[in-house]
Design a binder for this molecule. Structure first.
Ligand code: BEZ
Length: 248
């Protein structure tokens, strides 16, 4: 997927702001090496490095990696695909924020096996991403808008329950230490906050859809959602997070 790195950094900074809370799950030890998996623009990799550990950032997006390298030239960043992660040396911890929902369900087991192999025995795996029913109102409104035009909305994300993801972790060999699922109604920036969010993040269902038709579909979905997601002159997204910690 191609990212507009500037727009992402300017309009969706809440992604890494909220990620700072997830960092608190990491137990910091002297001389540890921590991998930020799906590091994006590197903002959280920098926060990890500020904890006094050796931080490494990996991402599959050249656009986001080039922003990360420019902003944080002293940190090691590398291009890697989360489902085929391979490092020269294992790390003490893998951290990942807002990434795993992008990985198709059919690739989750492979991804977790690679992460497991990347962590030293006893090392930590700390993560947060979209959980069960994440953005459900938004996806249902888009689905209605597609259906009204005889088009099929293909749900592009993986949003598991705690039980589903815990099972996957255990099957990969991890010991699950904690996990929670919680709703986080999240404010979006600007008068066009919701349509900007849809344009930024919902790409796959619109493949092959003409630009004008796409505009109509999004306009209709946004108006449909106004009564629920527009409050006090601000747009919100109905986020649900799954957050946890496991150990190899
Ligand atoms: C998220 O939960 O962070 C998310 C999910 C789908 C699209 C964009 C963001």
């Amino acid at each position: 997927m191609k990212w507009d790195a500037n727009k992402y950094t300017n309009n969706f900074s809440f992604v890494h702001k909220y990620g700072e809370e997830v960092l608190k799950l990491l137990e910091i030890k002297p001389n540890m090496r921590v991998l930020d998996l799906g590091c994006g623009n590197g903002e959280l990799t920098k926060k990890i490095s500020d904890l006094g550990v050796y931080a490494i950032g990996v991402d599959s997006s050249e656009e986001l990696l080039s922003v990360a390298k420019e902003k944080h030239p002293t940190i090691a960043f590398m291009k890697q695909d989360a489902t085929n992660l391979v490092l020269d040396e294992p790390v003490d911890a893998v951290f990942s924020n807002a990434v795993f929902h992008w990985i198709p369900e059919t690739k989750q087991a492979q991804m977790l096996r690679h992460i497991f192999e990347t962590i030293k025995v006893g090392g930590q795996f700390v993560f947060e991403f979209g959980g069960y029913r994440n953005n459900q109102l938004i996806h249902l409104a888009l689905e209605r808008s597609f259906r009204a035009r005889n088009l099929k909305y293909r749900m592009p994300f993986y949003f598991p329950t705690i039980a589903q993801f815990a099972t996957r972790l255990e099957e990969a060999g991890f010991e699950v230490r904690e996990m929670s699922l919680f709703h986080r109604f999240t404010e979006l920036k600007g008068e066009d906050g919701l349509s900007d969010w849809i344009n930024m993040f919902i790409k796959m269902p619109f493949q092959g859809v003409d630009a004008e038709l796409k505009k109509d579909i999004i306009f209709e979905a946004v108006e449909d959602l106004r009564s629920e997601l527009y409050q006090d002159e601000r747009w919100y997204a109905d986020y649900v997070r799954i957050r946890g910690k496991a150990v190899r």
